[in-house]
Design a protein around this ligand. Structure first.
Ligand code: HEC
Length: 156
């Protein structure tokens, strides 16, 4: 959990010099990788959400695995996936990451930590029983949404 927060810090601190010229497509791999990570998060959260809503039968093993995956993802070192200059002001439609992500460091860390904390609680709760899973759900959803609200382009 703290590792990810730290890695994000590094990503912002170890910025390239201002005005550096980027070649076309330079950030494609990083953007693709971070979107892929978000997709994985959404898939795992989706399983938990479906169980919470009764759309999928509660299964402690499945719930535990999804919650474990979510938690592990908050520990990834994402440094190389968020290079400065890879915002949507620079890259247009290639990314939905707002420049604000690179300009509001303490708030980004807050958002990262909120998800880490919620994912930790979920990892302990999901395999217990359905009620515990449901109880942990709100904070995780709020943590994802809270960051998107601030740092991701509004979706239609
Ligand atoms: C610290 C901020 C932050 C947190 C926390 C966060 N996201 Fe994201 N998410 C983003 C940003 C920024 C983007 C836009 C990335 C881009 O387009 O380059 C994004 C994009 C996405 C996308 C779209 C991916 C795509 O293919 O375009 C999904 C789905 C997503 N997030 C799901 C989640 C889920 C589920 C969680 C919680 C478990 C979560 N996110 C937590 C910042 C965050």
């Amino acid at each position: 959990m703290k590792v990810f927060a730290k890695s994000l810090l590094m990503a912002i601190v170890m910025t390239l010099p201002a005005g550096a010229a980027f070649s076309e497509g330079e950030f494609d791999g990083a953007v693709k990788a971070r979107k892929a990570e978000m997709t994985l998060r959404a898939f795992n959260l989706g399983q938990l959400g479906a169980m919470a809503k009764g759309e999928m039968e509660y299964n402690a093993d499945v719930a535990k695995a999804a919650a474990h995956n979510l938690k592990v993802m908050t520990t990834l070192n994402g440094m190389a996936m968020w290079p400065k200059g890879s915002d949507n002001a620079a890259l247009g439609d290639k990314t939905n990451a707002l420049p604000a992500l690179w300009e509001n460091f303490p708030k980004v860390i807050e958002a990262v930590k909120a998800l880490s904390a919620a994912a930790d609680v979920m990892a302990d709760a999901a395999g217990k029983d359905l009620a515990s899973l449901q109880g942990a759900m709100g904070a995780v959803g709020k943590a994802c949404g809270g960051c998107h609200e601030q740092f991701r382009k509004k979706m239609e």
